[in-house]
Design a protein around this ligand. Structure first.
Ligand SMILES: Cc1cc2nc3c(=O)[nH]c(=O)nc-3n(C[C@H](O)[C@H](O)[C@H](O)COP(=O)(O)O)c2cc1C
Length: 207
């Protein structure tokens, strides 16, 4: 089973679309999880996981953790926020601390595929997730970046807000028109091609 996880708080954003496109292109049995409607806290270091590598914290992570341990490969996508991976994505990987105790690594040998959303993700999300996959003794089968879409394009104030990215890019506008908006994943030819290729890599390995 291939597990796709979007660590974005936005249910239908770019991370979500790219992860699901990779799953679809793999043509393999897959499960997709969005962190958007989940409560996922950081690791508290309570150490209740040390005996059996199972996290006991009562939020939504243990369910995701169980899927991670069942999966043959994990396709993980998350956005860049302020030059780093977003906090929800970070919490998902921080909680894999529960998977590495007493000389055992629950995720050892599984394959990983990484999606980083927006250009800065190449310096933030992608290297960070790569290092977390390595810490879990996983192997990275591939990675890609997808263009992000700033919330300022849909917040309602973006056309005249001086702190937002719309005015930063286009100057003051009477209103935001279609030509100003960044392309969503469905219109990003290069990202779609990358997702197709990564799906085919998974198909070549597990198909
Ligand atoms: C709290 C927050 C911080 C962000 N910081 C940045 C940033 O530093 N640079 C940037 O280019 N985009 C930034 N963004 C825009 C997101 O990267 C963009 O909305 C992306 O599409 C989110 O991923 P998603 O579509 O998968 O939800 C930020 C968005 C939020 C909500």
């Amino acid at each position: 089973m291939i597990l796709g996880i979007s660590g974005s708080g936005h249910k239908e954003g770019e991370s979500s679309a790219a992860v699901q496109a990779i799953l679809k292109a793999s043509e393999l049995p897959s499960v997709y999880v969005s962190a958007a409607d989940k409560q996922i806290n950081g690791c508290t270091g309570c150490l209740r996981c040390v005996g059996d590598n199972i996290c006991k914290v009562a939020d939504d992570w243990p369910e995701i953790g169980a899927l991670m341990s069942d999966a043959d490969a994990i396709v993980f996508g998350a956005p860049n926020y302020f030059g780093m991976m977003n906090a929800i994505g970070h919490a998902i990987w921080e909680r894999t601390y529960s998977f590495r105790h007493n000389s055992r690594f629950t995720l050892a040998g599984k394959l990983g595929v990484i999606v980083g959303t927006n250009d800065e993700a190449k310096q933030s999300v992608i290297p960070y997730v790569r290092s977390m996959m390595a810490a879990n003794k996983m192997a990275v089968a591939g990675e890609m970046a997808v263009q992000g879409s700033a919330p300022c394009y849909r917040c309602g104030y973006g056309h005249h807000c001086v702190v937002g990215s719309v005015v930063g890019k286009h100057g003051f506008l009477d209103r935001i028109k279609a030509e100003h908006r960044p392309a969503h994943f469905a219109d990003q030819c290069r990202a779609k091609e990358e997702a197709q290729k990564l799906g085919m890599v998974l198909q070549g390995i597990f198909g």
